[in-house]
Design a protein around this ligand. Structure first.
Ligand SMILES: Cc1cc2nc3c(=O)[nH]c(=O)nc-3n(C[C@H](O)[C@H](O)[C@H](O)COP(=O)(O)OP(=O)(O)OC[C@H]3O[C@@H](n4cnc5c(N)ncnc54)[C@H](O)[C@@H]3O)c2cc1C
Length: 464
């Protein structure tokens, strides 16, 4: 822990509208309580910010005291870089202002907003933008790394829908970034992660969605996994933009619509969500019913906001988690074999392999339009996510993830993958995630954060 005097803390608090807290205080315990309990770093001081001015003051204090800086948006990240060890944590949790302008289809939200909070506000107007699959995830970290969700076929990544941002840079300037203002920074923010400053406000474009959408969830026994993936790789290529599709290796959830004897048994899944009317959804899912034999089937209308919370229970706060992902251009026979072999080997029912099948609008957006670290012709992001309920069981799930990844990466174009699905930011993987964009990102980093103040992230060191 850094040696900071009580007087210094008092002086800091005097310039902060939010709250300064230290170990032993309830506010501190609340701020350092992040999603992944496997992360044990602890800051010396937390500044829970009420606005941009607090962020400016917190950064100035950290600079004066020589403290490492971390930034917490939603705190819902496997790597847990919301936490510094011994430094100063900028906690944006109080910054949750959300406003929606339905006429212009725009929303603004503070840097500490979660997807559940943003979805709630936009859905009141029948609008939405692509967000994550778990509603407690922070809008900030997810958007800055890219942002994959149910609406990605319809409207691209979360970051593709960012139209403006307020950013506090390392030297304490408050900048606005958009296509027309600080456009290099705006390009970098859309996929380049938390490298370039603290985003205190996001402005997004919205799309008409719901409020009711159509869910088609199909679970298959491990014996039918090969048939399911063989079918799915053709099926997903023919889908329209107005749907979301998701494949997975998982444990059958203990839900009321599932026979009790199947609860927690290994399975594979296809989930198709239709954003059009019920008839078009029935037409979309008809080939699944005609070709395959699911052990569980749930076809029902569902509020979009509830869809966004559907996986919340499967990703409880305070679990011990580790993940690693690969980009696949195609679901080849070899890749399917690895998935079929490794998925059922996990020990914890919470561990799973979500497979994001990309297409539609995501693919039609120019790769060069943002820093996002993945080309637009990627077919799939396969995430291997190990989650244990206790510290004792963590090593087994981490080994499962690493073993599966080592085999699956043989079928990928390289080790680079989605930066938001990395628990460890081995440098070659971050660099190869960004490919040819990496040099430009290093130049922009040198302009906005030459001393690499913001390095607790998928770090891109400044050029030179
Ligand atoms: C259970 C679970 C489900 C997920 N599902 C999806 C999904 O469906 N789609 C998807 O794309 N991703 C998903 N993710 C990954 C998620 O996008 C990342 O973990 C993301 O970093 C979370 O953002 P956060 O703000 O909650 O995290 P935090 O831990 O608060 O922050 C993560 C990183 O972002 C930086 N950061 C946070 N806020 C700011 C800010 N305001 N300004 C600058 N930098 C900031 C931090 O410094 C840190 O490096 C999921 C993660 C989990 C744990």
């Amino acid at each position: 822990m850094a040696d900071i005097s009580a007087q210094d803390i008092e002086a800091l608090q005097a310039g902060i509208a939010g709250r300064v807290s230290r170990p032993g205080e309830a506010a501190y315990d609340e701020a350092v309580n992040i999603w992944n309990a496997a992360i044990t770093r602890r800051p010396s001081v937390v500044v829970s910010c009420a606005g941009s001015a607090d962020v400016v003051n917190a950064l100035a204090f950290a600079r004066r005291e020589g403290l490492e800086v971390s930034v917490r948006g939603g705190g819902h990240n496997y790597a847990g870089f919301a936490l510094t060890d011994g430094g100063l944590m900028i906690d944006l949790t109080p910054m949750k202002n959300v406003s929606v302008d339905a006429a212009s289809r725009r929303a603004r939200c503070g840097g500490g907003t979660t997807w559940g909070e943003l979805d709630g506000a936009t859905q009141a107007h029948g609008l939405a933008l692509p967000g994550g699959f778990v509603s407690r995830t922070g809008v900030a970290g997810l958007t800055l790394g890219g942002g994959l969700g149910w609406l990605s076929r319809l409207a691209g990544l979360s970051s593709d829908n960012l139209v403006g941002a307020e950013v506090v840079t390392a030297d304490g300037r408050v900048l606005h970034a958009s296509d027309g203002e600080n456009s290099d920074l705006f390009w970098a923010l859309r996929g380049g992660g938390g490298n370039f400053g603290v985003v205190t406000e996001f402005e997004f474009a919205l799309h008409p969605v719901g409020p009711l959408v159509h869910l088609g969830l199909f679970l298959f026994s491990p014996d039918d996994g090969a048939a399911m993936f063989g079918f799915a790789r053709d099926f997903v290529t023919g889908l329209p933009d107005e749907c979301g599709v998701f494949l997975a290796g998982l444990s059958v959830p203990p839900q009321p619509f599932v026979p009790a004897e199947l609860h927690f048994t290994p399975a594979f899944a296809i989930v198709v969500v239709g954003f059009g009317d019920e008839e078009s959804h029935q037409r979309l899912i008809a080939p699944i019913k005609e070709t395959l034999t699911p052990i569980v089937e749930l076809v029902t209308p569902i509020p979009y906001a509830a869809l966004q919370q559907m996986f919340d229970e499967g990703a409880p706060w305070g679990t011990y988690s580790y993940e690693k992902a690969v980009y696949l251009h195609e679901l080849t026979d070899g890749a399917i074999d690895v998935i079929l072999e490794h998925a059922p080997r996990k020990k914890s029912p919470l561990s799973f392999m979500p497979i994001f099948a990309l297409g539609g609008k995501y693919r039609r957006i120019d790769s060069e339009s943002s820093a996002f670290g993945g080309s637009r012709d990627i077919g799939y992001v396969v995430n291997i996510s190990g989650t244990a309920m206790s510290a004792e069981d963590y090593d087994a799930e981490r080994s499962w993830v690493r073993d599966c990844w080592a085999d699956l990466v043989q079928h990928a174009g390289g080790v680079g993958s989605y930066v938001n699905f990395m628990t460890e930011y081995e440098e070659d993987r971050v660099r190869s995630a960004y490919g040819a964009k990496y040099d430009r990102l290093q130049q922009i980093k040198a302009t906005y954060d030459p001393d690499n103040v913001f390095h607790l992230n998928a770090n891109i060191p400044p050029a030179g």
